[in-house]
Design a binder for this molecule. Structure first.
Ligand code: MTE
Length: 310
């Protein structure tokens, strides 16, 4: 399936140019989001976001093209094939989206996307995303640190974990008419992982609002963990006291652990995790511990057996 996906050089050049030009435009404007017409690579209205460029956590590796990022996806609500999320993108209804932050907090929040754009400092974070299926991409996300949102909710001292929930919409989402997973999609992090500055809530990529297939309008990105932890189309974030249940762990506990840190030394029961194919490349590369983010995150696991807590 991945081998069919050849690098489209021409497209790559176009994307890079577009991106550089757009950065210049954004640097000049940096105010309210606006609308522009450009190639139809994004599924909906092409709304640009204001952002600053992050220099601390971003990789300087070559980014994948918009075409690659929007046409090779995992988003089971929109189907289980890699192209299904792009094909069914318009089945995800994102109008009047609300994000709830609740649970063990002093200050529960109900926010819409405009609140987030207005009140949280958006940055471009260029992160590697390593999927458990042993492929990877490099994506220029636009987002802000989840810790900002959590701090605003003022967690109680009993809060130890953060639970995330995606949209439930069986009428419109074709994948939710099947029992592939126990819907809605759920994920979770330990509180220190959620507070780590690498963990972001993303509202966009390549300078624009998220295409539906990438988890519009609000998704999580946790770059040192396998991609399935980066839950899409979030409607609720709850501070909780116990390790929350998570969709893939519930589906197959021996294959998908709660932590799911990228770890080349712990194989998936059905395949090795030592190497990965960067989408667009032919030769496989070595997978790095914590997906290359060890210096930012390894301290959180120093007393843990990562073979047991996979
Ligand atoms: N979130 C939801 N709600 N549903 C999903 O099926 N798939 C996960 C994750 N988040 C998924 C999800 C998996 S397996 C991966 S690899 C990443 O999203 C893929 O993100 P991308 O398609 O934007 O690269």
């Amino acid at each position: 399936m991945i081998r069919k996906y050849n690098l489209d050089k021409e497209n790559k050049v176009t994307d890079q140019r577009l991106f550089t030009r757009r950065r210049e435009i954004i640097a000049g404007i940096l105010s309210a989001p606006f609308v522009l017409n450009s190639p139809n690579l994004f599924a909906k209205e092409e709304k640009y976001l204001p952002f600053k460029k992050d220099m601390e956590f971003s990789t300087n590796e070559q980014t994948n093209t918009i075409k690659q990022i929007t046409s090779y996806n995992n988003f089971y609500e929109l189907g289980s094939g890699k192209r299904d999320p792009m094909i069914n993108a318009d089945k995800l209804i994102t109008e009047n989206w609300k994000l709830i932050v609740d649970g063990l907090v002093e200050n529960p929040l109900t926010l819409d996307v405009e609140d987030l754009i207005k009140n949280y400092a958006l940055e471009e974070r260029i992160y590697r995303l390593r999927c458990v299926e042993a492929w990877s991409m490099v994506i220029p996300w636009i987002g802000f640190e989840l810790n900002q949102l959590i701090k605003k909710s003022r967690p109680l001292s009993s809060a130890k974990y953060v639970a995330f929930e995606s949209i439930l919409d069986k009428d419109n989402l074709p994948g939710q008419r099947r029992n592939t997973l126990n819907w809605p999609y759920r994920e979770g992090l330990r509180l220190d992982e959620a507070m780590n500055p690498l963990t972001i809530i993303s509202l966009g990529l390549y300078g624009r609002v998220l295409p539906n297939q990438n988890g519009s309008p609000i998704r999580l990105v946790v770059p040192w963990k396998y991609g399935f932890k980066s839950i899409k189309s979030i409607v609720k974030i709850s501070l909780v006291s116990e390790e929350p249940r998570t969709s893939w762990n519930e589906q197959s506990p021996s294959e998908y652990g709660f932590y799911s840190n990228v770890n080349p030394n712990v194989s998936h029961p059905r395949w090795s995790q030592k190497r990965e194919r960067r989408i667009g490349e032919f030769r496989k590369r070595d997978t790095e511990m914590f997906n290359g983010y060890a210096k930012f995150v390894s301290y959180m696991y120093s007393n843990m057996d990562l073979k047991k807590f996979f």
